[in-house]
Design a protein around this ligand. Structure first.
Ligand code: SAM
Ligand code: SF4
Length: 324
């Protein structure tokens, strides 16, 4: 294995894969109002015509793992539970030698898959849930039946998974839901993370007024609970606090408390295009280099150089394409 490290000591240790762009939800922060998605064609170059076949995904992961020694893979999207070869992919990623396989999902299809995922080796799952109030949740996700999300969450807990909930907090839309979400998570005995809205995709050039800061989130929580900080782990996207109510919550604050300095993530979209940084829309197609370790190393070094030194600045790429 070659030492692939930048001048801040950052390496690629975690690969996030957007298995597909499609999703059964159209969350307002992820998909533009015309549902037409998101990123101008020009910035998706270099493009592949078709989403990758499962074996093409595997070959790319294998090659990157050979050079970087990836520690974990997160399967995301779009909605990864819509991928028809999800279990095949999980099995073959394990065969490469990566046992830590995680998933990020909206949980709509999770109830019927949670046990099988756990048995297949997915022990850790992040679930997006932006409100407890069903009307608010439906307005954000643009989906009428959000009750299934809660069934999915509860099935994952029951299956024995390590569950983390994620909620993007937006001013005037779901800032009223911070305490209900926190209490729901504490009742289930799982962690919840509140996310500051990120300027991605259709939000990149807009000033929506929806941004709700870490400071404001903490103020809302401290109206009800006293809180104490938990020590941040290396390359964590989130800072955590424990509350006097027995819950643990995190805040992913790209704007207020950036975490670029020890970022260890590499991303691949469903066309096999790799991104070194969420905040840089330049992608690299690595499939031509998978049999040439010298060139592949060079390409990976180039992707590492794209990481922001300090702070995320947003990107024209949508989370649904690049994989959140
Ligand atoms: N469909 C799955 C889900 O919703 O969990 C996986 C893909 S989704 C793109 C991954 C994560 O990105 C979700 O937690 C979502 O809330 C987050 N996300 C998407 N767009 C975002 C934005 N503009 N700002 C902050 N988080 C965003
Ligand atoms: Fe779908 Fe996830 Fe984007 Fe919502 S955030 S539209 S669930 S990909």
């Amino acid at each position: 294995m070659i030492k692939l490290e930048d001048n801040l000591g950052r390496r690629f240790e975690k690969l996030r894969i957007s298995l597909l762009n499609e999703c059964n939800f159209s969350c307002v922060y992820c998909v533009s109002e015309d549902f037409g998605s998101i990123s101008p064609k020009s910035i998706q170059k270099p493009t592949a015509d078709q989403p990758l076949a499962p074996d093409e995904f595997i070959k790319l992961i294998e090659a990157v793992h050979r050079l970087t020694g990836l520690k974990s893979v997160r399967l995301t999207g779009g909605e990864p539970l819509l991928h028809s070869n999800l279990f095949y992919l999980i099995k073959h990623i394990q065969k490469i030698g990566i046992s830590d396989i995680r998933l990020t999902t909206n949980a709509y299809f999770l109830k019927e898959r949670a046990s099988r995922l756990f048995d297949a080796g997915v022990k850790s799952i992040n679930i997006s849930v932006d409100a407890i109030d069903q009307d608010i949740f439906s307005e954000i996700s643009r989906h009428p039946n959000t009750a299934k999300v809660f069934q999915g969450i509860e099935a994952a807990v029951k299956a024995g998974m390590n569950v983390k909930l994620n909620a993007v907090i937006m001013r005037g839309k779901n800032d009223s839901q911070i305490i209900p979400l926190l209490d729901y998570a504490a009742g289930l005995g799982v962690k919840i993370r509140f996310l500051e809205l990120m300027k991605m995709g259709h939000l990149y050039h807009s000033e929506s007024g929806l941004f709700f800061s870490e400071k404001e989130m903490l103020a809302v929580i401290q109206e009800k609970y006293t809180i104490e900080p938990v020590k941040r782990e290396h390359a964590e996207t989130s800072n955590y606090w424990r509350t006097s109510g027995g819950g643990t919550f995190g805040i992913i604050a790209n704007e207020s408390t950036p975490f670029c300095h020890d970022c260890n993530r590499l991303r691949m979209d469903s066309n096999g295009i790799f991104y070194g940084c969420l905040s840089n829309a330049h992608g690299e197609k690595l499939s031509p280099y998978i049999h040439d370790d010298v060139l592949l190393t060079e390409k990976l070094r180039g992707l590492l150089r794209l990481k922001q030194p300090v702070k995320f600045h947003g990107s024209e790429l949508s989370m649904r394409n690049i994989g959140g």
